[in-house]
Ligand binder design. Structure first.
Ligand code: 0RA
Length: 653
């Protein structure tokens, strides 16, 4: 039952009341309640909602192809080859079943109780929500030899369902144009949609998902398009995520089965890195905050590997104990479960709460992993040796950390000497600028508002945490300074690497680097460090990037700053007037150091005028892959990524 249905049931409302209680007007009044927000995320959510319905049809076994088209006007068409939404007359509602599905909230699954419906939680609000939030929507159904059609505006039908032709095929085609009076942005991002479709192809093997962008052509004159299909699912997913890591065993370990009616799929691989990369999904939704499925797996992994290692005597010589973290260092893993009535909890409602799931995942994973270890003794030894290495390194890390703590560097005893702190004590009001270089740091110290702005200069390139063992990060002066200044600690001893955010001393952490290649490299290094060791900071929206201007243009006593090439061209032509360019002076800012304190304040630090870019994780799984690529050893894919994204990141032109 949905919350609304539960509420209705508890008050003795009948099904009819529900539709009265909640019509599509409610969706238009409070769209964020249904799709999260009315910004980029919500806009893309509309597509996910329609695609999810087609995925459900595929999981029921009736559909294997889903196509997404982005049209030049940023409208979207989603086509599937399923059975087609039923179009027969619905007695109770006195209209076509299709119209009911498209115009009544939560009506999607009502015709087919037995069908395997897994949508729910974040998605699964129903295609009627998409209809309500579209200025135009057209649905075409291929079914029973006929082609049916109905169109809507703002969720209201423009005519009754009509037959417009004949066909031998079956399927559902939904085209919609998001209502521009509701959404703040209207432009679809190809990369965001493509990465979601890729993810869905890996999570649901055997389905072909395609995307085609009619808006722009690439350098060779073709429209962007991609076809995603995986026959092995999670195994392919792991190989994709680990493409830039060195794997320890030839093929990922694949575990799959159903327990108590819950389909469970797990694939895992160990690599030579030191990061833990476990991604969990419930009904195709990324459960960023984990939950019972993840706990079940972690328990099974620790217990099963430990017992194998004990049994084979590999731990006999070890002088210290092994803990849960050691089993997950260098592990890339995907867990995907399908749960009929998921309970989502946590701050972002991405934590699975269903208790029954923990035991079944534990059971299946223990059973299949033990079996694997018995069958693959060579791989099993490799894995256990990696775990022993991790434990040894952790032991060394503890020693290093204790040393550091004794000196009072970590743990809040003293703040770093280089930190120029602010006077305000309420963290919610405070900001810290992490500034590239001592000289720009000095300028920032002079230019800042010392009441709420703190400055921490960082010298040169910080440690590449992607390549360093965990204990190394405590050797790095710059990283220790960041930890200490922020006031947060990470628990590495117990089973959780969770960050203690309560002690966070600044709610805005702003990375300020030069607007050149080195600067963006340093920003990426800092972000990688946050992503690997302080992900919660990013997830809770605390991390920002400052945007210093690229140019200063002067003429006489007029001057203006520019942040983009377009602005530069526009302002130069404004200043030149009648084609007279003489007297127009252009200064290119190569580094922060070229600005004086007043300029840095007014362009980049003054809350009234500055632009901060908030760092978000749109797709955690994809972000993980990109960081491993950007920071890894393999140069060609990194160059390719940077060249592909150069349009957006062209800051050293
Ligand atoms: C309800 C019942 C049936 C199919 C569907 C909905 C359905 C919905 C969507 C949404 C997008 N694509 C879809 N494909 C099918 C089953 C009808 C039957 O028994 O034939």
């Amino acid at each position: 039952m949905t919350d609304i249905e539960k509420e209705a049931a508890s008050q003795n409302y009948t099904a009819e009341n529900i539709t009265v209680l909640e019509g599509l007007e409610a969706v238009r009044k409070r769209p964020a309640m249904y799709i999260g927000d009315v910004n980029i995320r919500g806009l893309h959510h509309l597509v996910y909602e329609v695609v999810d319905n087609s995925i459900d049809e595929a999981l029921a076994g009736y559909c294997n192809k889903i196509d997404v088209l982005i049209h030049p006007d940023n409208s979207i068409t989603v086509t599937d080859n399923g059975r087609g939404i039923p179009t027969d007359f619905h007695e109770k509602e006195q209209k076509s079943a299709l119209e009911v599905v498209m115009t009544v909230l939560h009506a999607g699954g009502k015709f087919d109780k037995d069908s395997y419906k897994v949508s729910g939680g974040l998605h699964g609000v129903g295609v009627s929500v998409v209809n309500a939030l579209s200025s135009k929507l057209k649905v075409t159904i291929l079914r029973n030899g006929k082609i049916f059609e109905q169109e809507y505006a703002y969720g209201k039908p423009l005519y009754d369902v009509k037959v417009v032709g004949e066909t031998e095929r079956t399927g559902t085609i939904v085209s919609f144009l998001p209502d521009s009076s509701i959404f703040i942005t209207s432009r679809y991002d190809y990369a965001i949609l493509a990465s979601r479709l890729r993810e869905l192809a890996y999570l649901n093997k055997g389905i072909t998902l395609t995307i085609h962008d009619e808006r722009e052509k690439d350098d060779s004159g073709n429209h962007l398009e991609d076809v995603f299909f995986s026959s092995t699912g999670l195994t392919d997913f792991i190989n994709y995520l680990d493409a830039n890591r060195e794997k320890l065993i030839p093929e990922p370990i694949s575990m799959e089965g159903e327990r108590s009616g819950i389909p469970i799929e797990i694939a895992m691989q160990y690599n030579t890195s030191f990061a833990e990369n476990i991604h969990s999904y419930v009904n195709n939704i990324n459960t960023h905050e984990g939950g019972t499925h993840l706990s079940g797996f972690r328990r099974a992994l620790t217990r099963t590997l430990k017992s194998y290692a004990d049994k084979t005597g590999m731990l006999a010589k070890l002088k210290f104990d092994i803990n849960g973290d050691d089993f997950r260092e260098g592990l890339t893993c995907i867990i995907s479960v399908k749960v009929q009535e998921p309970q989502f909890e946590g701050q972002t409602k991405t934590k699975l709460g269903n208790n029954e799931v923990m035991g079944v995942v534990d059971q299946l994973a223990s059973e299949l992993l033990s079996y694997y270890l018995e069958e693959h003794p060579k791989e099993a030894r490799t894995i256990v040796n990696k775990v022993i290495l991790a434990a040894t390194a952790r032991h060394a890390a503890r020693k290093a950390r204790e040393l550091v703590q004794r000196k009072g560097v970590l743990g809040g005893a003293g703040l770093p000497g280089k930190l120029a702190d602010c006077s305000e004590s309420d963290p919610a009001q405070c900001e810290i600028y992490l500034v590239e270089g001592d000289s720009a740091g000095g300028t920032a110290k002079q230019g800042r508002d010392r009441k709420f702005q703190a400055i921490l200069p960082l010298r040169g390139k910080i440690l590449n945490v992607e390549k360093a063992m965990a204990y190394k990060i405590f050797d790095s002066e710059e990283i220790k300074n960041i930890f200490t200044a922020l006031g947060v600690t990470i628990g590495t001893e117990d089973d959780s690497k969770a960050l203690n955010l309560e002690k966070l001393r600044y709610h805005k952490i702003i990375i300020m680097t030069d607007a050149d290649v080195d600067g963006s490299h340093i920003a990426t290094l800092i972000l990688t460090f946050f992503f690997r060791y302080m992900k919660e900071l990013i997830e809770n929206g605390h991390v920002y990037i400052a945007t210093p201007p690229l140019y200063l243009i002067k003429k006489g006593n007029k001057q203006e700053y520019c942040w983009t090439e377009e602005e530069r061209i526009r302002i130069i032509s404004e200043f030149s007037g009648n084609g007279k360019e003489s007297g127009v002076h252009l200064q290119r800012y190569k580094g922060l150091g070229e600005m004086n304190a007043e300029q840095l304040w007014s362009t980049t630090m003054d809350p009234q005028f500055r632009t901060l870019r908030q760092v978000t994780i749109e797709n955690g799984t994809e972000a993980d892959r990109i960081f491993s690529m950007l920071m890894g050893d393999d140069v060609p894919p990194r160059r390719e990524f940077i060249e592909k994204n150069a349009k957006y990141a062209n800051i050293d032109a």
